[in-house]
Design a protein around this ligand. Structure first.
Ligand code: LLP
Length: 432
């Protein structure tokens, strides 16, 4: 069983992706190679957009969390699909800007925005800041005043939800470095404080409960807790939010044992609770924003590698070494992240060979996946790692002075380069 409907095999026994022969693409562009299925990205953006339009109030929309994969072309797609973006640094803002994206629908996140970043974002008319701490309010107010602008903001609130996910990617718990906690009473002070600034206009609240979440439950809990909070603030200070941003976090299927998320029904479940809760509290129903990153791009991505050394340590284990590794995909090294691995050039042979697929870095932890079963490869075979569209290119590094792979987009019958392969000259570009 394939984990996504853009994967298949052809008569040459090769793996196909979005209808393309992966072995032919590896030959054409070289490896390592990131592939991205543009139709899949658009399909996911549309799925969020239409479900949110169907079940949430007018003006609700998805924001693509661009930390998942940030390069000019993806912002162009977001712009064409008319969805917002979540950006977390000047680098992401600049990339979006250079792609022609209208920053009015950009939401600027981050737990430690520098003064330079604040200045840059306000100058380029970023629509909203998501304010992460009381101190940041003052910094943004000061800069907005300097530039003669009123900056719209959301306040990032920590709802105290544990979204049953990997600890390193959970963010909604009370002691998180992000946001201001409800549980300690500080979130109310935060809201009260925010209302005092003259150059800041509060549009509402933001929360984010974690990542790789497979059901609506944590989002439903977040609505419950956030609306109770909003109600308390309304009672005390008379302020009612126009927007509630529920963050990102919907999960994707990396391996066959994981479920496939039903975006539409999950959103429907969240909406049901939102309407009920607001009516119980006598609150207006806020516009809802959601910030999916992974679930928009992950299964639109695949990485191709060429096999180099195949090493069999008698009575111990087998290693299949590929021409990339933790430099283009650090997620196993960081999180023990699961992936499906396939010998793309022998995709119709039985996956009987047990091995660890490892990279070429001078680092024992440079592992793509341990103990997988694939068709036995030899030097020169092509290996595909599936579902690499999120947090791979965006987390890539130049460790060991390894150049980053290109991103090739697949659209209909057309394949084209969206990000060029780094060259050796690129690697020394900033060396004096
Ligand atoms: N909104 C906020 C405020 C976030 O912090 C994040 C992710 C998202 C949206 C998008 O979440 P998504 O839909 O992609 O799960 N590098 C890690 C993931 C870190 C996620 C950080 N924040 C990984 O590779 O799994």
């Amino acid at each position: 069983m394939q984990i996504c409907n853009n994967i298949g095999t052809n008569k040459n026994g090769h793996l196909t992706f979005a209808g393309f022969d992966t072995v032919a693409l590896a030959k054409k562009y070289g490896t390592p190679l990131y592939l991205m299925d543009e139709s899949k990205i658009r399909e996911k953006m549309r799925a969020y957009k239409s479900a949110m339009k169907a079940y949430f109030p007018d003006g609700s929309m998805p924001l693509y969390a661009s930390k998942a994969a940030s390069f000019k072309h993806i912002y162009k797609i977001a712009s064409e699909e008319k969805i917002g973006i979540d950006v977390v640094s000047v680098g992401e803002i600049f990339t979006a800007l250079k792609s022609g994206y209208d920053l009015a629908t950009a939401y600027f996140h981050g737990n430690n925005k520098t003064d330079e970043e604040i200045e840059f974002a306000i100058r380029h008319n970023v629509g909203h800041f998501v304010i992460d701490s009381i101190g940041e309010l003052e910094a943004v107010d000061r800069e907005a005043e300097k530039q003669g602008k009123i900056q719209r903001v959301l306040l990032r609130i920590t709802p105290g939800i544990d979204a049953h996910t990997n600890k390193k990617i959970a963010t909604g718990n009370v002691d998180s470095k992000f946001g201001v906690a409800i549980a300690t009473g500080q979130a109310e002070e935060f809201a009260a404080d925010a209302l005092k600034y003259k150059n800041i206009e509060i549009s509402g609240y933001h929360c984010h409960v974690g990542s790789q979440v497979f059901d609506a439950e944590p989002f439903v809990d977040a609505v419950d807790i956030m609306m109770d909070f909003a109600h308390r603030v309304k009672e005390k200070y008379g302020y009612e939010p126009e927007i509630l941003n529920l963050g990102g976090g919907f999960g994707v299927r990396y391996v066959a044992s994981q479920p496939e998320l039903d975006i539409k029904n999950s959103i429907k479940d969240v909406a049901k609770v939102l309407y009920r809760k607001c009516s119980e509290l006598g609150m207006n129903i806020p516009k809802i924003l959601m910030e999916p990153g992974r679930s928009i791009v992950a299964d639109a991505g695949m990485t191709l590698y060429t096999v180099g050394s195949v090493k069999e340590i008698t009575n111990f284990k087998n290693y299949v070494a590929i021409d990339g590794g933790m430099t283009d995909n650090p997620r196993y090294t960081l999180y023990d992240a699961e992936y499906t691995v396939i010998t793309a050039s022998k995709a119709t042979l039985e996956p009987k060979y047990r091995c660890s697929v490892v990279g070429k870095c001078c680092e024992s932890g440079d592992i793509i996946q341990e103990n997988v079963h694939i068709a036995k490869p030899e030097r020169g075979d092509i290996i595909a790692v599936l579902t690499t569209g999120a947090y791979n290119y965006s987390m890539a590094s130049n460790y060991n002075r390894i150049a980053k792979p290109p991103i090739v987009m697949l659209r209909g019958s057309e394949d084209y380069v969206a990000v060029k392969r780094e060259t050796l000259d690129d690697l020394i570009r900033n060396d004096i």
